[in-house]
Design a protein around this ligand. Structure first.
Ligand SMILES: Nc1ncnc2c1ncn2[C@@H]1O[C@H](COP(=O)(O)OP(=O)(O)OP(=O)(O)O)[C@@H](O)[C@H]1O
Ligand SMILES: [Mg+2]
Length: 175
């Protein structure tokens, strides 16, 4: 059994971090929340529209299609797309590239842009800033926290970075 006595809830406007050693079941918890796996015991109640930023950004996108092809379906306003690209320091021309033509950090940010464009009520973030330098990590987290303050969204963040978790979280969930 991966989890024992695990119990938490999350409201819009809250960010909770999930921490635990490698192999503890953090990414598996997200699979359960997404409904891709069923719990053997216990129950989960998820009522929100969910978007996820995957741990491995290369698995987030199909390798044979440009990023624009894979993002355009969720673009409601071009202004909104431009503003996310600018906030996350991504050149718009990168969207015409294939995923493997971007660096891991660029692709991680593209995956955050796509998730935010989906306007989720619950955002699952699995090590979303692990490939980013400290300054860009801070900017990404500040952008996310601005949305939290508007209470439009709740976030679960998996991170190995204890400093980041204690800085941004309402609660730290240890599994
Ligand atoms: N597709 C899979 N099939 C079978 N077992 C799996 C699969 N994915 C993960 N596991 C197992 O489930 C357990 C939890 O894995 P999980 O990926 O959730 O860990 P994690 O906490 O996210 O680790 P990390 O910090 O390294 O990303 C591990 O023991 C792993 O071997
Ligand atoms: Mg994991």
């Amino acid at each position: 059994m991966l989890y024992k006595g695990l119990s938490f809830s999350l409201k819009k406007g809250e960010l909770k971090s999930v921490v635990g050693e490698s192999g503890a079941g953090k990414s598996t918890l997200f699979e359960l929340i997404l409904g891709n796996l069923k719990p053997l015991h216990g129950s989960l109640k998820v009522t929100s529209k969910i978007a996820q930023v995957f741990q491995d950004p290369y698995s987030s996108f199909h390798p044979s299609y440009t990023l624009l092809n894979q993002i355009k379906d969720v673009v409601i306003s071009l202004d909104q797309l431009d503003s996310y690209l600018e906030l996350l320091h991504l050149e718009p021309s990168l969207l015409r590239q294939l995923p493997h033509q971007l660096s891991g950090g660029q692709l991680q940010r593209a995956s955050i842009v796509r998730a935010m464009l989906m306007q989720p009520e619950l955002l699952l973030l699995d090590e979303p800033t692990s490939a980013l330098d400290n300054l860009i990590q801070l900017e990404v987290m500040q952008m996310l926290m601005k949305h939290l303050q508007k209470k439009e969204i709740g976030m679960l963040l998996i991170t190995h970075d204890a400093h980041l978790a204690s800085w941004c979280s309402d609660e730290i969930i240890t599994i």
